[in-house]
Design a protein around this ligand. Structure first.
Ligand SMILES: Cc1cc2nc3c(=O)[nH]c(=O)nc-3n(C[C@H](O)[C@H](O)[C@H](O)COP(=O)(O)OP(=O)(O)OC[C@H]3O[C@@H](n4cnc5c(N)ncnc54)[C@H](O)[C@@H]3O)c2cc1C
Ligand code: SF4
Length: 528
C-alpha cells in the first residue's frame, strides 16, 4: 500500500489551492514544499529589504539561451509566489479560451472553453475572497455569481484618474483584489490598507495568498501532512513508465522516497518542467511524460512594462492597485490585433528608486527622488506573449535550468504604451514623462522577471502536441497530474493566478471523483 493517497509537490497558487480542496475528503495527503514558512518580521514591509535587497528572492542560478547566468525572481516558500503577489485576481477573457490572432501570430485555443471553467472561477473567487464590481469592465466574461466582496474603493487621486479616464471616453473599472479588507468595519478588518502590498509579503496575513487561504486551512485536517524544506528531485516510475511509484525528495540534507496513488506536480512552470525533465528513465528517455517533446516548451511570462507617470497634483495614494483598463485588450479602432491590459501597481517610493538609473538621470536635478515619489502614478502594462516552441526550459549537464526566450508582440506592447501616453494630457499628468520602472520588473534582464511564468506542460486533447490531457493528467503516466500555471496553452494578458487557482479546484473535483471521495462543501476561510 502507498504511504499516501495523494502527494502534491509545491504549495503555491496551484498546489496550495488543490490541497485545501482535497483536505476535507479525509484522504491521506502529503504536501511537499522546497521552501520554508516565509518569516513574519518587520522586513516584510520594508521597501529596501524587499525591493532593493531582494530579501525574499531565492538564491537560484538559471542560464539564458546564450548560457549567461542570472538570478530568477522566484520565491521558494509556503504559498510560493502568491506570498509576494499583488493579488490582482482576474479571470481570463472568454475569448482567451479560443484562438486569437495577434500581431506576431496565433494565440492557440484551449481544449476547454470558458463556460467549462466558469464555475471554478466563481469558486476560486469565493475561496480567495476577491473584491470587485461586475459590469464595469467592457471585456469581462460572463459570471454566474457576483464577486463575494465589494470592490476596494479608489483613494481620491485614483478616483480622479477614473473620472478623467471616463471623461476621455474610456471605461476604467475597479480591479479585482484579493485582500481581506472590510472598509465598512475597519476596526475588525484584517487588512489595514497599507502601501506595502504589491510585491511584499503581508505581515498581518490579510492578503488572499495560498499560504493563508490554501495551506493553513488544509493543515487543520489531520489527514494532511506538510514537509517544508523538502525538494522533490526525481519522480520514479514502474518499468513500463505508466505510473509514478516514488517521489524522491531532498530534505535536511538527506534523500527519502515517498509513495502515493496519485502524484500532483505544482512547482511553478519552470520547476515543474525541470522535475519532469530530471526524471528521465529508460521508459521516458527525454524526460517523464515527454514523448511529445513538449515538456519545457512554450514558456510564456507576459510582455510587460512598468511605468510611472508624474501627476501635476501630488499623489498621496496608499493602496493604489484599485483600477484597471481593458479598453485596448483586443485592439483599438485602428488596430485590429490585441494590445493588452493596463492596471495600477503598488505605489512607488523613493526607497524603491535608489539605483534606478532612468529615473535618476532623466529627471535630475529638477526632481528629487522624494518629489518623484510624491507625484508618481504607477502603471503596469501587460501584453500577451505567444507560446513558441523555442521558448523553453531545458536542463544543463549540471541539472540547472536553461531558459531560452525570445519576446513576441513587441509591436502591440509599444502601441499599448503609446495609448497610455496619449491619454496622459487628459489625466492631470505631465505628458512628457512616462518612465520605465525597473524595480518593478526587478531586473534589467527581462527573462529573470518570471513572476507570470506559464506554459511548459500545456494541456490539450492531442498527446502529440501536449503534455497533459484536459484533466491535467499526463497523457503518458496514469497517476501523474500538473496543476500550476504550466498547463496554460496561452496566457492571455491578465494576471494568471486566479486561473491557476480555479483550475486547481477543477482538477481537484476530478481527483475526488477518481478516488471515490465525496465532494466537500466549501469551508469558511480562516485568517491568520
Ligand atoms: C511579485 C509578484 C507579483 C505578482 N502579482 C500577481 C498578481 O497581482 N496577480 C496574479 O494573478 N498573479 C501575480 N503574480 C503571479 C502569481 O503569483 C503566479 O502566477 C502564481 O503564484 C503561480 O502559481 P503556481 O502554483 O504556478 O506557482 P507558485 O505559486 O510559484 O508555487 C510553486 C511552489 O512550488 C515550490 N517548489 C518549486 N520546486 C519545488 C520542488 N522541486 N519541490 C518542492 N517544492 C517546489 C515553490 O517553492 C513554490 O512554493 C505575481 C508574482 C510575483 C512574484
Ligand atoms: S494589510 Fe492589506 S494592503 Fe497591507 S499587505 Fe496586507 S493585504 Fe496588502
Amino acid at each position: 500500500m502507498s504511504d499516501y493517497d495523494v502527494i502534491v509537490i509545491g504549495s503555491g497558487a496551484g498546489g496550495g489551492t488543490l490541497v485545501r480542496h482535497l483536505a476535507p475528503s479525509g484522504k491521506r495527503i502529503l504536501l511537499l514544499e522546497r521552501g520554508d514558512w516565509l518569516p513574519r518580521e518587520p522586513q516584510n514591509w520594508l521597501a529596501r529589504d524587499v525591493f532593493v535587497d531582494n530579501r525574499y528572492v531565492s538564491a537560484d542560478t538559471w542560464y539564458d539561451g546564450d548560457g549567461k547566468p542570472f538570478q530568477p525572481q522566484v520565491h521558494y516558500c509556503v504559498g510560493g509566489a502568491t506570498k509576494l503577489y499583488g493579488a490582482a485576481l482576474y479571470r481570463l477573457r472568454k475569448e482567451d479560451f479560443g484562438e486569437l490572432r495577434h500581431h506576431d501570430g496565433i494565440s492557440p485555443a484551449w481544449p476547454i472553453d470558458y463556460d467549462q471553467m466558469e464555475p471554478y472561477y466563481t469558486r476560486a473567487e469565493q475561496l480567495y475572497q476577491v473584491h470587485g464590481a461586475r459590469g464595469e469592465d467592457p471585456t469581462e466574461p460572463p459570471a454566474s455569481a457576483p464577486y463575494p466582496f465589494p470592490a476596494v474603493s479608489h483613494e481620491p487621486r485614483i478616483q480622479q484618474l477614473a473620472d478623467d479616464l471616463a471623461a476621455a471616453g474610456r471605461q476604467p473599472f475597479h480591479a479585482p483584489c484579493g485582500v481581506m479588507l472590510a472598509e465598512d468595519d475597519m476596526p475588525h478588518s484584517a487588512c489595514v490598507r497599507c502601501s506595502t502590498c504589491d510585491g511584499f509579503p503581508c505581515l498581518v496575513h490579510a492578503k488572499s495568498d495560498a499560504e493563508v487561504l490554501g495551506v493553513r486551512p488544509a493543515l487543520e485536517h489531520p489527514n494532511v501532512t506538510m514537509h517544508t524544506n523538502a525538494r522533490a528531485v526525481r519522480l520514479e516510475t514502474n518499468d513500463a513508465g505508466s505510473a509514478v511509484t516514488g517521489v524522491v525528495v531532498e530534505r535536511d540534507g538527506a534523500r527519502e522516497t515517498h509513495t502515493a496513488d496519485l502524484v500532483v506536480v505544482s512547482c511553478g512552470a519552470a520547476n515543474s518542467a525541470k522535475l519532469l525533465l530530471a526524471s528521465a528513465s529508460d521508459a521516458h528517455p527525454n524526460g517523464l511524460a515527454n514523448g511529445s517533446d513538449q515538456v519545457g516548451r512554450n514558456y510564456m511570462f507576459h510582455n510587460c512594462v512598468a511605468v510611472l507617470a508624474l501627476s501635476k497634483e501630488p499623489n498621496p495614494t496608499v493602496f493604489q492597485k484599485t483600477l484597471g483598463l481593458n479598453d485596448f485588450y483586443f485592439g483599438t479602432d485602428d488596430v485590429d490585433y490585441p494590445l493588452g491590459n493596463i492596471q495600477m501597481v503598488g505605489k512607488s517610493s523613493a526607497e524603491m528608486y535608489r539605483g534606478e538609473k532612468p529615473i535618476q538621470t532623466k529627471l535630475a536635478p529638477e526632481w528629487t527622488l522624494e518629489k518623484v515619489a510624491h507625484h508618481a502614478v504607477d502603471f503596469w502594462l501587460s501584453t500577451e506573449d505567444l507560446p513558441l516552441p523555442g521558448n523553453r526550459v531545458s536542463l544543463r549537464d549540471d541539472g540547472n535550468i536553461t531558459l531560452a526566450y525570445t519576446a513576441t508582440n513587441d509591436v502591440p506592447k509599444k502601441r499599448l504604451l503609446h495609448e497610455l501616453k496619449s491619454l496622459l494630457k487628459h489625466l492631470g499628468m505631465q505628458h512628457d514623462h512616462l518612465l520605465p520602472r525597473h524595480a518593478y520588473l526587478k531586473n534589467d534582464i527581462p527573462v529573470a522577471g518570471c513572476a507570470h511564468q506559464a506554459g511548459t506542460c500545456r494541456f490539450g486533447a492531442d498527446p502529440a502536441d501536449s503534455v497533459l490531457d484536459t484533466d491535467c493528467r499526463a497523457h503518458e503516466v496514469d497517476n501523474l497530474y500538473v496543476v500550476d500555471t504550466s498547463f496554460f496553452p496561452s496566457i492571455g494578458a491578465v494576471n494568471p493566478a486566479l486561473t491557476a487557482m480555479a483550475n486547481a479546484v477543477r482538477v481537484g473535483d476530478h481527483l475526488l471523483e477518481r478516488m471515490g471521495a465525496p465532494h466537500a462543501a466549501p469551508e469558511p476561510a480562516h485568517v491568520g
